[in-house]
Design a binder for this molecule. Structure first.
Ligand code: FAD
Length: 468
């Protein structure tokens, strides 16, 4: 029998259109390995909601592999070191993996290459494949050959070269090695909360794993035509909700594109541009690896932000936002949806992010970290790029001085049903009152933390004072 082939799994937890698995299966017996390497990502180690998703996704892929008489070897620790030692133990010449663009994964890929070289010279290799994006970041460039920094020209250039390559099928055969390296038990990793078990809302809202992702895509095929009109309306369910499946790689964007591309509706055209946003965000972090941590405009940030670490009143403001107790129903509905389900509608993600940054003048990084901890689709590129876009501090920016009015947004996008669902203490109010309840009808629901006009003036003043 030929040498065992290791497949290093990360956010690519699927069997079909998985080029690393595909290549490994053709070359010899396959040893799929997943390593929980928390330290490497530092402040972007998986948050609470992500860990719940990861548990279920690994469980689901493990079962799919089990039906093919295979399994996932689970380990915790330094990924390059562990992979090199497994390669040494089983005599594998090649570790196959899909490329990832988070800076800590790029670093890990370099370290692994070196470790394999130290072990076996040219005989042991890391074989990297593209597959989690429509195109590898950096492959679509401007006329002068540079990667794009701005979304709109990037998107136009992407549309000219679409569709992506055809998706690969599941491997026909997956041979097992003669013996398996040791594996941890998934349950022992403690990814699921127990005391208390706060993940019931997430389990109730989602189905995890590759089969669920394809079910969702099947449903979406019939709905995508309405996306153009419906995507901004949080009370309706007219977005694909594929984001966690795409983030964890349970489905590939090429599979999504090819399933939908013949739909030819305006809904599909708009949807395609949103999927391209995801590629755009990876292009940004590929160029600016610290983007989710650093502002890219020269504002004087000491003047611009109120720092929650500097005083308990600002800390309390941050906590009111986190708990959905700002007194703005649309913001509170969004923040509670996030807490309960691990997801928030895109329009409301924008309103809530803008409220933190502009109304409360709290540094966008506190919001980025909260979303990071609470979202099941928390993605280094998508989260960082969107936060910087909202706060007006990034390379492709909404200006800081553009301030979203939450009450107007709530009415305009008809959020009454959404508010009733997530802010039940206001459920009895009619459509004319629910967006901005009169004081006497608020009951236990809090008063507004700050008036919109006052907040707007304060933000504009801070902006003027901190502008370069
Ligand atoms: P759909 O509307 O059905 O869109 C289809 C797919 O396109 C999504 O699944 C997603 O993969 C991609 N997409 C859509 N909009 C965007 C966008 N603005 N940027 C990048 N990709 C996009 N998305 C994440 O996947 N992870 C995040 O951590 C994340 N953080 C965000 C933070 C803020 C402040 C904001 C404003 C947006 C953030 N988004 C993030 C983008 C967007 O809100 C979600 O992708 C979308 O709500 C997911 O729901 P859906 O799958 O139904 O999206």
């Amino acid at each position: 029998m030929s040498e065992p082939q290791i497949v290093w799994l990360r956010r690519d937890l699927r069997m079909a259109d998985q080029p690393a698995l595909h290549a490994a299966a053709q070359a010899g017996p396959v040893i799929p390995v997943y390593i929980l390497d928390d330290e490497r990502a530092g402040d972007h180690a998986y948050g609470g909601a992500s860990r719940v998703w990861l548990h279920h996704s690994l469980d689901s892929l493990g079962k799919s592999l089990g039906r093919r008489r295979s399994q996932i070897v689970l380990r915790k620790g330094d990924a390059p070191q562990i992979l090199a030692s497994i390669a040494d133990e089983v005599g594998a010449s090649c570790i196959h993996a899909i490329r990832h663009y988070e800076p800590w994964w790029k670093e890990a890929e370099d370290e692994l290459r070196d470790a394999l070289h130290d072990l076996g010279g040219e005989d042991r290799r890391l074989c990297l494949y593209d597959g989690n994006y429509l195109l590898p970041p950096g492959s679509v460039t401007t006329g002068s050959g540079d990667p794009y920094k701005i979304y709109t020209p990037f998107s136009k250039a992407m549309l000219e070269v679409m569709p992506p390559r055809d998706p690969l099928p599941e491997p026909e055969t997956i041979h097992s090695p003669e013996s398996w390296p040791e594996s941890d038990d998934l349950g022992d990793w403690g990814l699921l909360p127990s005391k208390p078990d706060w993940a019931g809302g997430i389990r109730g809202f989602w189905h995890f794993g590759e089969a669920a992702a394809h079910d969702r895509l099947g449903w979406w095929t019939d709905e995508v035509a309405d996306y153009d009109e419906g995507r901004n309306l949080p009370s309706d369910d007219i977005t694909s909700r594929l984001s966690p499946h795409l983030h964890w790689g349970e489905i590939s964007p090429a599979q999504v594109w090819h399933k939908l591309k013949d739909k030819r509706s305006d809904g599909w055209k708009t949807y395609a541009k949103e999927v391209i946003w995801r590629d755009y965000a990876q292009n940004v972090i590929d160029q600016f690896p610290e983007y989710p941590r650093e502002s890219y405009r020269d504002y004087d940030e000491r003047t611009l932000w109120r720092n929650p670490n500097a005083g308990h009143l600002i800390r309390e403001d941050l906590e009111c936002w986190q708990k959905g107790m700002t007194g703005y129903p649309i913001v509170d509905a969004g923040m509670r949806q996030l807490w309960q389900t691990g997801w928030m509608h895109n329009r409301v993600r924008m309103i809530c992010a803008s409220f933190l940054v502009k109304h409360l003048l709290i540094d966008w990084r506190f919001g980025e970290q909260w979303y990071w901890d609470c979202l099941v689709d928390a993605d280094y590129g998508n989260n960082g790029v969107n936060w910087q876009w909202i706060s007006g501090t990034g390379v492709d920016s909404n200006m800081f001085s553009r301030i979203m009015a939450p009450l107007t947004q709530s009415e305009k996008f008809d959020a009454a049903g959404y508010i009733r669902e997530y802010v039940p203490e206001l459920a009895e109010l009619g459509d004319s009152e629910i967006h901005d309840p009169p004081d006497e009808k608020r009951g236990d629901y809090p008063a507004k933390m700050i008036g919109h006009k006052e907040a707007r003036e304060r933000a504009l003043e801070a902006y003027r004072a901190s502008k370069p």
